[in-house]
Design a protein around this ligand. Structure first.
Ligand SMILES: Nc1ncnc2c1ncn2[C@@H]1O[C@H](COP(=O)(O)OP(=O)(O)OP(=O)(O)O)[C@@H](O)[C@H]1O
Length: 618
């Protein structure tokens, strides 16, 4: 059986735009018009107002750049000050010494800071959380020391006077101060970029990399590349802010040191992390505070510190996050009518592969094979020893064994989360043991996880859309302009439609618009299954899918799996509940202490005295 090509998936999407789409697009247009009017006003105002607004705008760009990685990827970078400094110093030094026109310098600054950012971001593949924050903090610290010490080049603590921004041609002089237009339009572009990314299908993928990376990998996302790329984009944005800042006066080390990085983080937290406007509001508050509260500087620091602590502790979601929670419709958070903890009956769905043709004679071909698999965690003992496993197309293959016998480890080896130390894994006859999980998903292999890997703050539909990542071309490349492209809007509608269809198939359709954090465990399990089914896979690995389900939910799950089997989907199911598993299985493999002790039919396994003793405890 072959998977449907991408265009088939998209061609079957509903083509009717949602009602009110036209009106909704007026909102952003009105916001852009208001922004241009504000810019025109500031461009004609006095210098003190201009400098207040422009510094806030530059910090707005910096806060947005940090939110891109901290809010969407969970990478709390304290390196933004460093990238900001690189942008400002590069612009100032090159334009002062070589006389380069400043607009030529912009692509250079973006490229240099983007590349440095990608190198720094690559560290996030090795360290995360606090360690990543400390590493990026050291990066900024070292840069500050370097620019302070290299007096001949950087002017040391005194700094350098930045270049002048070119004037408008005489015909445009009526627009006012050109640098105001440049900075305000750059900020608008940055807001537009993140606004677009939030409305693209890349957004749930980024959040899944942040909260449930194995889920994103299993859906075909090359998470390492995406992380490094987004970090590079964030660094380039910060570098661009440095380019803009160099036109505002003197460029000196104190403007880019570690405390600036920390301040940018405070801006994001106060305004609202992972929101479009929050970082901007936070930047306005923090950068305008000293001018608005014109008191003794010592007292001012104390008041600012106290206010920041109060804001972060009392409003952990930030100002915008809090407002969003207050205005989000209460009705949307109520349980769907009549659903309770129950699930609806499974529905036939168009997204599944058509029923497989019966094989002409004999046993179906082998679709997954493990030969002599050996694996151990780090320096610990071997967890898998000489595992030979053969799974045939269209079969349900059960994997049972006592706790700790190595079932999940074997699932991870087959799906690509773990690389075996010895042996071979073949999927559809291809050696895959060196392929990452994302590449195996392209072979039609998908999986669910023992502990549901989902994004709690997103709805079920949005989670299931992650499962379509490698079925829709150009999600990453188009993300920055997604809602502006007719193809983007069409693909979004198609993806939403298929995700809703997959949820309906597994019987969780009524919960589709609810955030995962609000649904019971059984619905989470079904959502995982829907995120897999939506891609129309040939092979599914299910790791303890019945754990935590009620008896009714377990029989519902059995009906769905039986339906998938009739459509030719091959399944490897790890499960302790043999009463649920055995009736479904064509073959069952029993693992004990990392070794296979038996493979046979459910009846053979049930009757085997060793299995009864080792596993069934008889
Ligand atoms: N990340 C890890 N690091 C180190 N050891 C691990 C890790 N994950 C699992 N193990 C160990 O590997 C062995 C096999 O674990 P695994 O989770 O594969 O077993 P299992 O058969 O799936 O168990 P269960 O039925 O409880 O899920 C166990 O001894 C476990 O403690």
């Amino acid at each position: 059986m072959t998977r449907a090509p991408d265009h088939t998936l998209l061609a079957s999407a509903p083509s009717v735009p949602s009602a009110g789409a036209g009106w909704r697009s007026l909102g952003p247009l009105a916001a852009v018009a208001a922004w241009l009017a504000l810019t025109a006003f500031v461009a004609q105002s006095d210098l003190s107002l201009q400098s207040l607004v422009l510094v806030a705008a530059v910090f707005g760009i910096l806060a947005i750049s940090l939110d891109l990685v901290a809010g969407m990827l969970g990478l709390y970078s304290l390196g933004q000050g460093g990238f900001f400094g690189i942008g400002a110093y590069l612009t100032t030094i090159v334009s002062n010494t070589d006389g380069w026109p400043v607009f030529w310098l912009l692509p250079v600054v973006l490229a240099v800071t983007g590349l440095v950012g990608m190198a720094v971001g690559a560290m996030s593949l090795r360290v995360s959380g606090l360690y990543f924050a400390i590493t990026t903090f050291i990066f900024t610290l070292v840069l500050t020391v370097l620019v302070t010490d290299m007096v001949g080049l950087t002017g040391g603590l005194q700094g350098l006077l930045g270049p002048a921004f070119p004037d408008f041609p005489p015909a445009l002089a009526w627009l006012g101060t050109p640098v105001v237009w440049c900075i305000m339009l750059a900020l608008l572009a940055c807001v537009g970029l993140v606004w677009n990314i939030r409305r693209s299908p890349l957004y749930p993928v980024l959040l899944s990399i942040r909260d449930a990376e194995p889920f994103a990998e299993a859906a075909g996302a090359r998470t390492a590349l995406i992380k490094v790329g987004i970090f590079g984009l964030s660094a380039a944005m910060a570098g661009g802010a440095g380019w803009l800042f160099s036109f505002l006066g003197v460029v000196s080390p104190s403007q880019f040191d570690w405390s600036v990085s920390l301040n940018i983080l405070v801006m994001v937290l106060i305004g609202g992390i992972n929101t479009t406007l929050g970082p901007l509001l936070g930047a306005m508050f923090v950068s305008m505070f000293p001018d608005l509260v014109n008191i003794n500087p010592w007292l001012q620091e104390i008041v600012y510190g106290a206010l920041s602590i109060l804001a972060i502790t009392l409003l952990p979601d930030g100002i915008v996050g809090r407002v969003q929670k207050l205005v989000s419709p209460v009705a949307g958070r109520r349980a769907p009518s009549g659903s309770g903890r129950d699930v609806a009956a499974p529905q036939p769905a168009a997204i599944l592969p058509a029923a497989a043709p019966h094989s002409s004679a004999g046993e179906p071909e082998v679709i997954v094979e493990c030969r002599g698999i050996e694996f151990g965690y780090d320096l610990g003992p071997k967890v898998l020893r000489q595992i030979d496993l053969t799974v045939r197309r269209g079969h349900i293959h059960g994997l049972i064994g006592p706790n700790g016998s190595g079932k999940s480890t074997l699932a991870n080896v087959i799906s690509g989360r773990l690389r075996p130390h010895g042996g071979e894994v073949l999927v559809k006859g291809r050696r895959v043991e060196r392929m990452p999980a994302s590449a195996r998903s392209k072979l039609g292999l998908r999986r669910t996880f023992q502990a549901a890997q989902l994004i709690k703050e997103l709805t079920l539909v949005e989670n299931v859309m992650v499962g379509l990542f490698d079925r829709v071309p150009g999600i990453v490349a188009r993300a920055g302009v997604w809602p502006l492209l007719p193809s983007g809007r069409r693909d979004s509608r198609a993806m939403r439609h298929h995700a809703a269809e997959a949820l309906r198939l597994v019987g969780a359709g009524e919960w589709a618009a609810r955030p995962v954090g609000d649904v019971p465990h059984g619905i989470e399990q079904l959502t995982q299954l829907a995120s897999v089914c939506v891609a129309g896979p040939d092979i599914i690995i299910l790791d303890e899918p019945a754990t935590g389900l009620s008896a009714k939910e377990v029989s519902h799950l059995a009906a769905i799996l039986a339906q998938l089997k009739t459509r030719g989907v091959t399944m490897i199911i790890i499960e302790h509940q043999t009463r649920f598993l055995f009736p479904l299985c064509d073959r069952v493999t029993v693992l004990n202490a990392g070794e296979i002790i038996l493979t046979g039919s459910a009846d053979e396994v049930r009757a085997d005295p060793v299995v009864r003793q080792v596993y069934l405890g008889e």
